[in-house]
Design a protein around this ligand. Structure first.
Ligand code: ATP
Length: 441
């Protein structure tokens, strides 16, 4: 008979003033070290949820069946590690023999989950196996949405993140740019988003009051451990999470832009109808249309490269846009996360030349052209080829520093097939003792 297993899901244990749900999960993972059946899972959910603290991350652990002492231990860790203040409403769930329904995870990743939907998911899970809910406030904890969604997650594309934690929260993080640059030069693109190439700033260090020292993202746990040793060769605790970060999983493809829903991230085809407008502050507004649906595409200055390159779009361009739908805006307005030029305008109209004097004619009130010197008239403009900086079929994305967790960087590449079948890689995927650093929990 196969060994029975349990899923532990948790979310919403941190607040703006500190804590981090990955740290709570790391402590539970260390406590259940011998029971871990896989990497701890860090599942990023809908980034447009307004009540998230930072990156809307939820955590799940797949472990062999727990006894009462271990269950008690987990609950103790939750109580000690959580910051029950402000809107924080920690939720932990233990699901044995059966997972939460997949639709809950899909919905939490791309849309808004209501309390009613959560209750439905809990009742379905309750039919197939035991569900134990732990909260620290009265009622059904809001953190349960993320906790259940993390347990229900089914893997498509995935990456890993090694998160190293601080031992002293009162000390400023020591950022060593030269180490990060060296690590990046040896490990990228198997690791990614280490540095912003435009301003040379490291991207692995967070700046909040949370216990994370740094996080290195990448394709291969072995390489992450090596990268960690380059950046900080000390025995701070670290954990490798398997994650849906950098996969674009949050994006919903829609054919009809008029059906875009608030708090979702959508991708659709539309035509640019006017020259992009540069607003005060350097933000760019693009007017686009899909059939009768008008769309405003906002490209904020903070998106760096995306903001600059979007100014090159021209009326008539056919473009695949993706971005977050702004609630309550008419016409439909999205905050751009990326675009791909599908079909570029290649010609532009130009005032025709006068056959007598060779000067450009002027446009008349009737839409024709006339040479103001010789009086010669012409009906049609001259057509001139345009040199475009934008390349058809290429993804245009924000600068690295403007990336959100789920956004897929341009330089992410699958590992070579030969490497994926190598013993070292297979071992790194299967051997739980490599998930956690040895000491200091
Ligand atoms: P951190 O990344 O530091 O852990 P966070 O940004 O993940 O913080 P939380 O404090 O966990 O933010 O708050 C997010 C809350 O929103 C959680 O209670 C979670 O259950 C809930 N939530 C997440 N996704 C959805 C969704 N799609 N619909 C409704 N609620 C959601």
């Amino acid at each position: 008979m196969p060994e029975l297993s349990t899923w532990v899901g948790l979310d919403d244990t941190d607040s703006y003033s500190g804590g981090c749900t990955t740290w709570t999960a790391a402590q539970i993972a260390a406590f259940l070290r011998d029971k871990l059946l896989d990497f701890p899972y860090l599942i990023r959910l809908n980034p447009e949820i307004p009540w998230k603290t930072r990156g809307n991350g939820a955590l799940a652990l797949h472990v062999s069946t727990l006894g009462p002492t271990q269950e008690e231990g987990i609950k103790r860790i939750l109580a000690v590690a959580s910051r029950v203040e402000g809107k924080t409403d920690p939720g932990l769930v233990l699901v044995s023999e059966g997972k939460a329904p997949r639709w809950l995870s899909d919905k939490a990743l791309r849309d808004v989950v209501t309390k009613r939907l959560l209750e439905k998911a809990l009742s379905i899970s309750g039919e197939t196996g035991a569900v134990q809910i732990v909260g620290l406030r009265p009622g059904l904890p809001r953190g349960l949405i993320g906790a259940m969604a993390a347990v229900a997650h089914t893997w498509g594309d995935y990456t890993f993140e090694l998160i190293a934690y601080r031992d002293d929260l009162t000390k400023k993080r020591e950022e060593v740019l030269s180490d990060v640059l060296y690590m990046d030069s040896l490990t990228a693109p198997v690791t990614f988003l280490n540095v912003d190439r435009e301003d040379g700033q490291p991207l692995i260090y967070p700046h909040g009051p949370d216990p994370v020292l740094f996080g290195i993202r990448g394709e291969d746990p072995n390489v992450l451990i090596a990268a960690h040793d380059i950046v900080r060769n000390t025995s701070r605790p670290w954990v490798i999470f398997k994650t849906n970060q950098a996969t674009n999983e949050h994006i919903v493809d829609i054919e009809d832009a008029s059906r875009a829903r608030p708090y979702t991230t959508v991708r659709f085809v539309a035509y640019v109808v006017d020259k992009p407008q540069v607003l005060q502050g350097g933000h760019v507004k693009i007017f686009a249309k899909q059939g009768a649906t008008e769309i405003q595409v906002m490209v904020y200055r903070q998106t760096g490269y995306l903001n600059r390159i979007s100014r090159e779009l021209l009326p008539g361009d056919k473009v695949l846009f993706w971005g977050a739908v702004r609630p309550g805006k008419v016409p439909l307005t999205i905050n751009l996360q990326g675009f791909k030029l599908l079909s570029a305008v290649k010609w532009e109209d130009e005032k025709p030349l006068c056959p007598l004097c060779g000067r450009h004619m002027e446009k008349t009130n009737f839409g024709a052209y006339r040479c103001t010197l010789c009086g010669v008239r012409a009906w049609d403009p001259q057509i001139k080829p345009i040199t475009r900086r934008l390349r058809q079929g290429k993804d245009y994305l924000p600068s690295a520093s403007a990336f959100k967790h789920l956004m897929k960087p341009w330089n992410r590449r699958p590992l070579p097939a030969a490497y994926q079948f190598s013993p070292a890689y297979i071992e790194s995927q299967q051997n739980p003792h490599k998930i956690l650093s040895g000491e200091n929990y």
